[in-house]
Design a protein around this ligand. Structure first.
Ligand SMILES: Nc1ncnc2c1ncn2[C@@H]1O[C@H](COP(=O)(O)OP(=O)(O)O)[C@@H](O)[C@H]1O
Ligand SMILES: [Mg+2]
Length: 253
């Protein structure tokens, strides 16, 4: 379980997070929505303790991460799989090496076990026969899938996704969203998906939270967020629907 309590973060006098509270229960997928620049990526970095908050605390697996020594924090980080906005593959390594790098450097698995694991992970994301290719030889959507395969290779308890579908066309977006759902179901992980893409959000979420002006403006189930009277949530959904020409969420004016 991940518990975020009263987190504040300021950059050069810009108050980005101003009292964020959020709880991610075991096995659930929490989508954090919010406009570009609102602090979604910062929130993920704070959870991984790649930076420290000005105030507040984050508890992961019953440990307050702000108090942990480097070694203990590294152990916690190993429980996380992460898909960054750009799939962040190593361009000079082929796909097999990209997916297996953590297995090779951080585990004692044999070569045969590593091969099996890479094969399994690539299968999970619907890729076959790409092991010898290099990232530049793959489409954007395929690179995302490789990123997903790498994120699950170490059997994470938590998966963090930062804008997993940004920059993909609608067909690719839907396909990545479906893979994310499949991973949640089959791997029994807890996930945080950060996105400003409502279509992906509605596909993958168990619960959703809207980050707005430094705080969680609203959180609830998919149905609750669709039906809420909260004016800011409705404005967010309406703005998105208008921009994308969607009528997926009936909102009465
Ligand atoms: N390391 C940093 N140094 C200074 N400002 C930062 C840093 N990281 C993020 N910010 C600022 O914090 C705000 C939120 O950024 P971010 O979390 O990346 O937004 P998004 O919701 O789009 O992911 C932005 O104004 C960004 O410029
Ligand atoms: Mg971001």
């Amino acid at each position: 379980m991940i518990i975020v309590e009263n987190i504040w973060k300021n950059f050069n006098d810009k108050q980005v997070l101003a009292g964020v509270d959020l709880k991610i229960n075991d096995g659930e997928t929490m989508v954090v929505l919010g406009k570009s620049g609102v602090g979604k990526s910062v929130l993920l970095r704070l959870i991984l303790r790649l930076m420290d908050p000005d105030r507040g605390r984050i508890t992961i697996d019953n440990k307050i991460i702000g108090t942990l020594q480097r070694r203990e924090m590294n152990t916690i980080r190993l429980r996380f799989g992460m898909l960054f906005q750009s799939a962040a593959l190593f361009d000079s390594m082929n796909i097999f090496d990209n997916v297996s790098i953590a297995l090779r450097t951080l585990t004692k698995l044999t070569e045969i076990e590593i091969r099996e694991k890479v094969d399994y992970c690539l299968n999970m994301v619907g890729l076959q026969g790409v092991e010898k290719l290099f990232p530049a030889e793959l489409s954007g959507g395929m690179r995302k899938r490789v990123g997903l395969a790498r994120a699950v290779a170490m059997d994470p308890a938590y998966l963090l996704y930062d804008e997993p579908t940004t920059g993909l066309d609608p067909v690719m977006t839907e396909s990545i969203a479906q893979i994310i759902r499949k991973l949640q179901r089959e791997l029994n992980v807890s996930s945080i998906v950060v996105t400003h893409d409502l279509q992906t959000a509605f596909t993958v979420a168990d619960r959703m939270a809207l980050l707005h002006e430094g705080q969680i403006q609203f959180q609830g189930t998919v149905d609750q967020i669709r039906n809420t009277d909260d004016i800011i949530v409705r404005e967010f959904i309406r703005g998105y629907s208008r921009k994308h020409n969607l009528e997926m969420h009936q909102i009465d004016d």
